[in-house]
Design a protein around this ligand. Structure first.
Ligand SMILES: Nc1ncnc2c1ncn2[C@@H]1O[C@H](COP(=O)(O)OP(=O)(O)OP(=O)(O)O)[C@@H](O)[C@H]1O
Ligand SMILES: [Mg+2]
Length: 256
């Protein structure tokens, strides 16, 4: 199963959701890979901390290679690196990805990532993290995945952007990847006691959108786990958010 976590809005929790769901998957014994397609490399740093610079060759090197004239002969595993966490590996990124983008776009390399992942058979579950834009890297990720999760941060601008976002995903499904399914909307940064977030989620339900449960609530522990370079589900397994991530993962893992 390949899950892409995508929303063109920034700061809605894409990297947090990717790393924590991947951590749950790995803790359950599934061989799990995180693919970081964001030049900001937040997922890479969340999982590796200062060791991120050793996770080379990374996806910048991979995409660089696709622009060369050489045939891609390297084993797909060349780009995979282990993390400090059991069963959890990563294809890392860095700022260099951003520089490559115009060249990759003009030379139509959007299928290269999918081909790379198709050559990998060492993983049961793959989570792809994306930058906050609809660009070459998000398109490549949406072409490579079979499940799309869309984080929603209970914000009015996000709610209004959601339809447009779903149309963009639908277009990619039609034009490039008939396997792609919007698995659901992940409600993040939910404030249990505030009325407005609940009202917004209710409106999404009325729009007939597939909302996944449970919602991920807002907690300062998430930010602390980023600083500690350790997914919250490992750092505080008993915390409410960790439980929510485990339940959310179970809904993805189970029957549709
Ligand atoms: N449930 C949560 N509770 C509290 N803080 C959260 C939660 N989810 C995410 N955050 C915080 O919000 C910020 C943005 O989260 P994150 O980096 O995961 O979002 P993103 O969508 O990947 O951002 P970008 O679009 O920049 O890649 C981070 O500081 C993170 O710690
Ligand atoms: Mg991110």
């Amino acid at each position: 199963m390949r899950h892409v976590v995508f929303n063109s809005k920034g700061g809605v929790g894409k990297s947090s959701i990717v790393c924590n769901l991947a951590a749950v998957s790995a803790a359950e014994g599934k061989r799990t890979l995180v693919v970081d397609l964001d030049p900001q490399a937040n997922a890479t740093h969340y999982l590796l901390g200062p060791r991120a610079r050793d996770a080379k060759p990374n996806l910048t090197d991979f995409f660089q290679e696709t622009l060369g004239l050489r045939l891609l002969t390297s084993e797909a595993e060349t780009w995979v690196h282990s993390t400090p966490f059991e069963n959890l590996s990563i294809m890392a990124s860095d700022l260099g990805l951003a520089e490559l983008q115009p060249k990759l776009e003009s030379r139509y390399k959007i299928y290269k990532l999918r081909k790379l992942l198709d050559r990998l058979d060492a993983f049961d579950v793959i989570f792809l993290d994306t930058p906050p834009a609809l660009n070459f890297f998000t398109t490549s990720a949406l072409i490579s995945a079979d499940s799309c999760l869309i984080p929603f941060d209970c914000d009015e601008f996000s709610r209004r952007a959601l339809m447009q976002l779903l149309e963009a995903v639908e277009e990619i499904r039609e034009d490039h990847n008939s396997d792609l399914e919007v698995r659901g909307i992940v409600v993040n940064l939910f404030q249990m006691r505030a009325r407005l977030p609940q009202q917004m989620v209710d409106e999404l339900f009325e729009g007939d959108l597939p909302i996944l449960e449970p919602y991920i609530t807002a907690s300062v522990k998430m930010r602390e786990s980023h600083q500690a370079h350790c997914p919250l589900v490992y750092r505080a397994p008993g915390h409410k958010l960790s439980q929510q991530f485990r339940e959310l993962y179970a809904t993805l893992d189970g029957p549709r």
